[in-house]
Design a protein around this ligand. Structure first.
Ligand SMILES: Cc1cc2nc3c(=O)[nH]c(=O)nc-3n(C[C@H](O)[C@H](O)[C@H](O)COP(=O)(O)OP(=O)(O)OC[C@H]3O[C@@H](n4cnc5c(N)ncnc54)[C@H](O)[C@@H]3O)c2cc1C
Length: 303
């Protein structure tokens, strides 16, 4: 119930504007967001790199409604890729399709992604298309398949709470695509998505096994120790080398687990967001763990 309310609030523009103008929230937000500037993101990447992990840099923003705004958002990623290269930072980038125009025009979104992917190719780098709410799933996949005809230095995300994901994984693997597997962070109805944690987790494990067996390099994105253990066990039992997949975790979440996986010799990528538009991202992190909400409220009331 609380989760549903927080996910509903994450889509309310009025509250976003209020929060963005209310400096007190920064302290709590900083736990999940590296900072407002690209340089802040880069500092966080360098720190993560020095600890033996790699990263993916995300410029916060979604649901862009003007073509110029979508084009400018893609421009930020071009600059980020230049900066990453100049600084020899070990990170790729993650981009939300609606930030670069998915809800304005699919073609525009594809063009913007093509610009980012081409720039990444110049630097031998990689672009991840994040996956958003189910109203975007098919359009995101359409853009993905269309771009696959031309590029291979990019990948997509699959959410294990969706019933359709098993079929999507099969299709993407057939196309040779690289997948980040995650549980899914949005509120989805029972007609299209598993509602019980156990079902989402079981589907995760099932799809993880299918992906690891494919011989394609994928990302297993979770903080769930049970699933991480099952992934390690499956890889070990099937002689799947540790270098042939990576674990992915979010900045500021289960940091000790991140370090432990690095110590054990696994490849670990940290998703590092930066930027001003932190509100929806932050609210989804609160929704994932009610304890975060109490931490937030405590600091909010103290101010
Ligand atoms: C690298 C990465 C990229 C992602 N990209 C996408 C995407 O493109 N699209 C999408 O829909 N979702 C994405 N997600 C979010 C994902 O779908 C889940 O919502 C999120 O990871 C929480 O699920 P979990 O697998 O960690 O398992 P859970 O069962 O939710 O959590 C397992 C444990 O992890 C810890 N934990 C989890 N979340 C939090 C939190 N917010 N704060 C503190 N502790 C927490 C808790 O200890 C919890 O018990 C991404 C997640 C990661 C790690």
């Amino acid at each position: 119930m609380l989760k549903a309310i927080l996910l509903y609030l994450s889509r309310q523009k009025g509250i976003q504007d209020f929060m963005l103008n209310f400096g007190v929230t920064r302290k709590v937000v900083n736990r999940f967001v590296s900072g407002e500037r690209m340089e802040d993101g880069l500092v966080a990447v360098k720190k993560v790199n020095s600890e033996g992990a790699i990263a993916t840099l995300d410029h916060l923003g979604e649901e862009t409604s003007e073509p110029e705004e979508a084009k400018a958002a893609a421009g930020v990623y071009l600059n980020a890729l230049d900066l990453i290269n100049e600084n020899q930072a070990d990170t790729n980038v993650s981009v939300k399709p609606t930030q670069v125009g998915l809800k304005i025009d699919k073609k525009l979104c594809e063009e913007n992604f093509a610009r980012i992917i081409e720039r990444a190719k110049e630097y031998n780098n990689f672009v991840r298309m994040d996956m958003e709410g189910s109203d975007c799933t098919q359009d995101t996949l359409d853009v993905f398949y269309s771009l696959r005809e031309k590029y291979d230095n990019f990948g997509i995300v699959i959410q294990t709470y969706l019933y359709r994901s098993e079929k999507d994984v099969e299709d993407i693997l057939k196309a040779g695509g690289r997948i980040r597997l995650c549980k899914g962070a949005y509120k989805e109805p029972k007609e299209i998505a598993f509602q019980r944690k156990q079902e989402v987790d079981d589907n995760f494990v099932k799809l993880m096994k299918r992906m690891l067996k494919s011989g394609i390099y994928h990302g297993i994105a979770t903080h769930d120790e049970n699933i991480i253990k099952k992934t390690k066990d499956f890889a070990g039992e099937n002689n799947i080398p540790r270098e042939s997949f990576e674990f992915q975790l979010l900045y500021g979440i289960r940091t000790e687990l991140q370090h432990q996986l690095v110590r054990e010799g696994y490849k670990v990528r940290i998703y590092i967001p930066f930027g001003m538009q932190w509100y929806p991202y932050f609210m989804r992190r609160l929704a994932e763990r009610p304890a975060n909400l109490f931490f937030f409220l405590k600091n909010f009331l103290r101010a």
